[in-house]
Write a protein that binds this ligand. Structure first.
Ligand code: GLC
Length: 415
């Protein structure tokens, strides 16, 4: 029988983090038209980097405030863009590149501030780093030399900022057939930061693809993660879904197409169902401040988490308990946490494609071991009737009391 591998301590620690804040901040933030603006508007290097460097002051950059917000939102880690595709670094590259923060009027090493701010709030700092570069000539003209530069850049991040939670690479999808010398890049990390997890985004087109054997977590960019079947795999690999609150990762003033707190709560639950981490993105404003709506949304979702078990919520693990539609169950010690969706007839705004159950009434769950007879809502303690019907456990879900609607409601099922 092929067995399921167990996670290394490094991967297990990453899975425990469960919910993180993704932050895209760079020169592009000043334009407010998304992080791909240079590429989209075909702006030449000389019309882009020098002028945006000259105005980069990051006056409101306050990493401690970011970390406080993340903590208030129930998140446990932050992944920040140390360098994005434009090639500008928020850290002191120690002479590797003139396109770094030390050459701007800001002058501060923002990554040093970032790790300090995170640590002060008990948040784990993770580093996003692009692998492609629109403005570095060697990327096109001398790829091996470019890759050496990339490794040296990553080594700087490994050596000068204390213990890093993980590295999140992005861009290998830009040259699908190239030799990215991944082993050499990851060896740099393993040498200096043995506890850091390594992720390399496989992009929208290849969610969940397993890559190099050093990779610790697969990615699901803006897609629902699937529960992973790890039977027979040589190593246990975690999963992480990243999503952004509108349609850009860097701030985009005219993108009003925002997710709602309700949608984010549903996504967070869908990630738990698959045992995947959820990395939720916000694009800070030109000066580094968190935009109002995004801050408010994160706090609303934090309120939901508070009501639904806070830290304990993330300890619950997939256990094969399935409901109908979006409903499912997770194991939390001896208890089973049932996730009940669409409790009011009006809440089903997000067509998920599957059959959906509506309003209060019986909810059927399969895969529940014998002996589970009692259920209570986690938020109110109200007892719910439970009966066995063949293979299924049926819980009579009562509706929300007037004045309440928490999108997804959790019940504790006990023996
Ligand atoms: C895409 C984009 C990039 C963004 C990333 C986040 O790969 O190229 O702008 O940083 O997704 O997942």
């Amino acid at each position: 029988m092929p067995s399921v591998p167990t996670p290394t301590p490094r991967v297990a620690a990453f899975e425990r983090l469960s919910y993180g804040l993704f932050l895209h901040f760079g020169l592009y933030s000043q334009l407010g038209r998304g992080e791909w603006v240079q590429h989209a508007e075909k702006i030449a290097t000389e019309d882009y980097l020098p002028s945006l460097m000259a105005t980069f002051t990051a006056e409101d950059f306050d990493a401690r405030a970011w970390a406080k917000l993340a903590r208030r939102a129930g998140m446990r880690y932050i992944t920040l863009t140390t360098r994005h595709h434009e090639g500008f670094s928020l850290y002191d590259t120690r002479g590797l590149s003139r396109w770094d923060v030390t050459h701007t009027p800001c002058g501060r090493d923002l990554i040093a501030e970032f790790v300090d701010g995170c640590r002060a709030e008990g948040i784990r700092p993770h580093f996003y780093h692009t692998t492609l570069d629109w403005n570095e000539p060697r990327f096109k003209s001398d790829f091996p030399a470019y890759l050496a530069y990339l490794r040296e850049s990553v080594e700087v991040l490994c050596r000068h900022y204390g213990e890093v939670g993980g590295f999140w690479f992005d861009g290998n999808w830009s040259k699908k057939d190239a030799d990215w010398e991944e082993d050499a890049l990851y060896a740099v990390i393993r040498k200096h930061q043995p506890n850091a997890i390594i992720v390399n985004n496989t992009g929208i087109e290849e969610p969940g693809r397993l890559g190099n054997p050093e990779i610790d977590a697969v990615t699901f960019e803006r897609g629902r993660p699937e529960p992973m079947d790890r039977t027979g795999h040589p190593r246990y690999v975690a999963a992480e879904m990243c999503h952004t609150l509108n349609y850009h990762w860097g701030t985009a003033a005219r993108d009003l197409n925002y997710l709602s707190p309700a949608h984010v709560i549903e996504e967070l639950c869908a990630c738990r169902r698959a045992g995947a981490n959820f990395l939720l993105n916000v694009g800070p404003l030109a000066q580094g401040g968190i935009p109002e709506y995004e801050g408010a949304l994160l706090r609303k979702v934090g309120d939901w988490l508070e009501v639904h078990g806070g830290e304990a919520f993330f300890e619950a693990k997939p256990c094969g308990v399935q409901g109908e539609g979006s409903d499912f169950g997770l194991r939390l010690g001896e208890e089973i946490l049932l996730f009940v969706h669409d409790l009011t007839a009006t809440a089903a705004t997000y067509a998920s494609g599957g059959p959906r159950c509506q309003g209060p009434g019986p909810r059927r769950f399969t895969g529940v071991p014998g002996g589970y007879r009692e259920a209570r809502w986690l938020d109110s303690g109200e007892a719910l009737a439970v009966r066995r019907e063949g293979e299924a456990v049926v819980v009579e879900a009562t509706g929300y009391p007037y004045g309440t609607n928490t999108v997804v409601r959790l019940a504790k099922l006990t023996r």
